[in-house]
Ligand binder design. Structure first.
Ligand SMILES: *Cc1c(COP(=O)(O)O)cnc(C)c1O
Length: 403
């Protein structure tokens, strides 16, 4: 991903910054668009993963819809050219203001997450003399086999409506004159690499759609959410997710009638690999037991390692020759010790005044010096968008591959 010319370009730029490879983004979007189009599946981009304006414009240009989780995301989607008939709005705590805004924009659908929310949307829609399209977000109690911090589809999670509440939902839907039931919605977690999780989800969706049909409802939309994972260990080898296999699972296991639409809400899988956080080594601290690389980027620029114990590949771009062997050892998942190679084990940390401000411990890197450029890979999803101003830090900048 980083040829010498690009590293030279980075030398001229103040760090830290996010570097976006827009060619890789486009190739990823095209792969997803092609694979979904084959089955006539509709994909909404989960814009909370990355709402950088250039990213939004690029995603929109491929014709995807938008999956929003706040009123401001609904507005941003529409302002960036996403068609309002392709905007869905999820979230466990939609405020009245946000619901009104989405009603005013005539979005495609609300993904409702509680019986109380149905009442509120119905009331607000009635006041505007409008009918709101509704999909019911159901908690299918499917274990996503992902990190427990990012699982959402279990009964113990705050998201969605539990299966035992569905009779009350059906009753409510019959009562509410200003709600139009479109279908059912699911989202069981994030960074899911085990496709059998989605297979299990399909079986639950089949049971639940049958239940709604037995109650006399027409289920037009099956929205199976997002959550498809990416390869954080080998970002260059597996830079684009295998969308074909992913969609095939749903084709094979979901019961889809010709009048139904299948919707997806992918975030991470579309944008994670297209960006790296580029930083410089400020100081090298050699201790008795530990060596530290202190970077000029920290949890204020990329919080995933600190928030979710997430893994990111870390490379020293100023010493690329040796960086190659570091990648190869990561491929074999070998812990490297200084004795067995010319690599040194560093804890890679940020400058923020928190002990948890550490990107990774025991990273095998070539001997590094102040000023070296460091790339933290696969940072395009839940990266720049989670940047904060803690410690009154400057807002992290973005740099793009073209122009
Ligand atoms: C976050 C989110 C997504 C996208 O999740 P990814 O793991 O990034 O694909 C989809 N749907 C809903 C409702 C979400 O909250």
């Amino acid at each position: 991903m980083f040829n010498p010319a690009l590293v030279n370009r980075f030398q001229q730029i103040e760090t830290p910054f996010y570097y976006y490879d827009l060619e890789l983004l486009k190739a990823t979007l095209k792969a997803c668009a092609d694979a979904s189009f084959r089955h006539r599946f509709l994909v909404h981009y989960a814009m909370k993963a990355n709402f950088n304006p250039r990213v939004l414009d690029t995603v929109q240009s491929f014709g995807f819809g938008a999956d929003c989780v706040s009123g401001n995301e609904v507005l941003a989607a529409i302002n960036h050219g996403f068609k309002k008939e392709k905007v869905v709005f999820a979230g466990v705590g939609k405020s009245d203001k946000e619901i009104n805004l989405a009603l005013d924009q005539d979005i495609f659908c609300f993904n409702a997450e509680s019986v109380q929310e149905l009442d509120v949307i119905n009331e607000l829609a009635s006041a505007k003399n409008k009918t709101a399209n509704i999909a019911i977000r159901i908690n299918p109690n499917v274990d996503a086999h992902t990190h427990h911090f990012i699982t959402t589809g279990l009964e113990e999670n705050k998201f969605g409506i539990n299966i035992w509440e569905l009779p009350a939902v059906a009753e409510k839907l019959r009562q509410c004159q200003n709600l139009n039931f479109l279908g059912i919605h699911f989202h069981v977690g994030s960074q899911i690499n085990d496709l059998s999780v989605f297979q299990n989800l399909c079986l639950k969706v089949n049971e639940i759609q049958l239940w709604f049909q037995e109650q006399g409802f027409t289920v037009k939309v099956l929205n199976v959410g997002g959550g498809l994972g990416i390869d954080y260990f080998l970002p260059d080898k597996n830079s684009i997710v295998d969308f074909e296999s992913y969609f095939q699972v749903f084709k094979d296991h979901l019961q889809i009638s010709p009048s139904q639409e299948v919707h997806f809400e992918l975030g991470r899988a579309l944008v994670a690999q297209c960006a790296s956080l580029i930083s410089r080594v400020l100081y090298v601290k050699n201790g008795l037991k530990k060596n530290f690389l202190v970077l000029d980027a920290g949890m204020t620029e990329l919080i995933r390692p600190m928030l979710y114990q997430a893994y990111h590949q870390i490379e020293n771009l100023s010493r690329q020759q040796s960086a190659i062997s570091s990648q190869q050892s990561a491929m074999n998942h070998e812990p490297l010790t200084p004795q067995t190679s010319n690599l040194i084990s560093y804890d890679v940390v940020g400058p923020i005044c928190e002990s948890t401000d550490c990107f990774r411990t025991d990273v095998a890197l070539p001997e590094s010096e102040r000023g070296d450029l460091i790339a933290i890979r696969s940072a395009g999803a839940y990266g720049e968008v989670m940047a904060s101003g803690y410690n009154l830090r400057d807002r992290v900048q973005a740099v793009y591959s073209e122009g």
